[in-house]
Design a protein around this ligand. Structure first.
Ligand SMILES: NC(=O)c1ccc[n+]([C@@H]2O[C@H](COP(=O)([O-])OP(=O)(O)OC[C@H]3O[C@@H](n4cnc5c(N)ncnc54)[C@H](O)[C@@H]3O)[C@@H](O)[C@H]2O)c1
Length: 347
């Protein structure tokens, strides 16, 4: 994994390290030889504990809305690189708990930016947002980084706000030659082993087949940029490295899949059934759920041109890798599978 050499012996701080993406990211960083610290809420039963990450890194359990606590954790860790992933990340929950979603995703971002602007050790900061930050125009083309930010539902909108806050701090407080390089990363709908979230397609499929139930899919006609979790994490890692060396790389970047991987949700469920085998099948669930966009794609020309980032695993491979993981029964097997997929992905 020579391409991760930059991270050897670097002090790296990850918020949201107990979540799905955070756990994968910390395993990559540990594999690369980084000294990793994390800050998040108590882990829910899931990948973090299954893969024994709690025993391999320094973990602080706390709320990003608690400014004093997050500041103390950052001060103690003295990181050189910070990845901000902690968030209330579920659309449906954001309809039930909008205030919690906004305070976590917006005030939490402010608290971290406040802390790092007083910390000269931090040279590179990446705020992880989402493909849903754009004002959705229901068109067929991918959104570019310079398009209007205005997510519709409370989750998406809170992430648009987090983008705006980060952009403002970059201009107002991180504009000196020695300032921290501050970026945002907008990635697609992520697939991968160890995602047990509610209301996400692949976790819903895996739960159903493991319980011997038929798979029910809401909004099968919605097109989404589906990608393996390692695809966007590779983007975040590359961005943090580039801007650490040269802060002119700082800005907003899309990290989405190629055109062929922007598929309808029904096609994704069909790919899952094909990869799972054993007669797995899906059908449409009629459901008066909250509004969902029909089309959502990202234009990733900037990440390709400026950073040299490229998608490596198309959606079919991404689903196969998630299924490989979902079929496992023991934590030892899951930990080995995660490590193997990281080694297959990075060169
Ligand atoms: N999974 C996806 O498809 C996807 C797509 C685009 C963007 N993202 C973004 O990536 C990031 C990680 O997503 P994920 O899928 O791993 O989510 P997740 O729900 O699995 O993990 C969320 C993490 O944030 C932490 N967290 C939540 N509220 C917190 C609080 N108040 N204080 C401290 N920590 C808190 C949790 O403890 C957990 O560690 C999020 O910012 C999310 O918006 C996810």
């Amino acid at each position: 994994m020579k391409e991760l050499d930059f991270y050897k012996d670097k002090r790296v701080f990850v918020t949201g390290h107990t979540g799905f993406k955070g756990t994968w990211l910390c395993h990559i960083l540990l594999e690369a030889g980084a000294a990793v610290s994390g800050y998040a809420l108590e882990p829910e039963a899931g990948l973090y504990e299954q893969t024994g990450l709690d025993r391999r890194m320094h973990s602080v359990i706390g709320d990003v809305r608690d400014e004093a606590k997050i500041t103390a954790a950052l001060t103690e860790a003295r990181p050189e690189v910070v990845f901000h992933l902690a968030a209330q990340a579920l659309v449906r929950r954001s309809y039930r708990e909008p205030a919690l979603t906004y305070t976590t995703n917006v005030v939490g971002t402010v608290n971290i930016l406040e802390a790092i602007r007083r910390m000269p050790s931090v040279r590179s900061f990446v705020n992880v947002t989402t493909d849903k930050v754009y004002e959705n125009r229901e068109w067929f083309w991918g959104y570019r980084e310079n398009e209007r930010l205005n997510g519709l539902d409370p989750y998406s909108n809170s992430k648009s706000c987090s983008e705006l806050v980060t952009g403002s701090y970059r201009e107002a407080f991180f504009d000196g030659a020695d300032s921290t390089a501050v970026s945002t990363a907008r990635s697609g709908n992520v697939i991968g082993g160890g995602d047990y979230s509610e209301d996400r397609v692949i976790p819903d499929c895996a739960r159903a087949v493991r319980a011997g139930r038929e798979i029910l899919v809401r909004n099968p006609g919605s097109t989404r940029p589906y990608q393996h979790v390692l695809e966007c994490l590779y983007g975040y890692l590359l961005l943090a490295e580039r801007q650490y060396a040269d802060r002119s790389f700082a800005g907003a970047y899309n990290f989405g899949p190629g055109e062929e991987s922007c598929v309808r949700t029904g096609e994704l469920a069909a790919l899952f059934c094909e990869a799972w085998g054993d007669g797995a099948a899906w059908r449409v669930q009629e459901d008066e759920g909250p509004h969902e966009a029909n089309y959502l794609k990202l234009d990733c020309a900037k990440a390709k041109e400026v950073l040299g980032w490229r998608p490596r695993w198309a959606v079919k491979t991404a689903v196969e890798k998630a299924v490989e993981f979902a079929k496992l029964d023991t934590d030892t097997e899951r930990t080995a599978c995660l490590g193997r997929q990281i080694k297959e992905y990075f060169v």
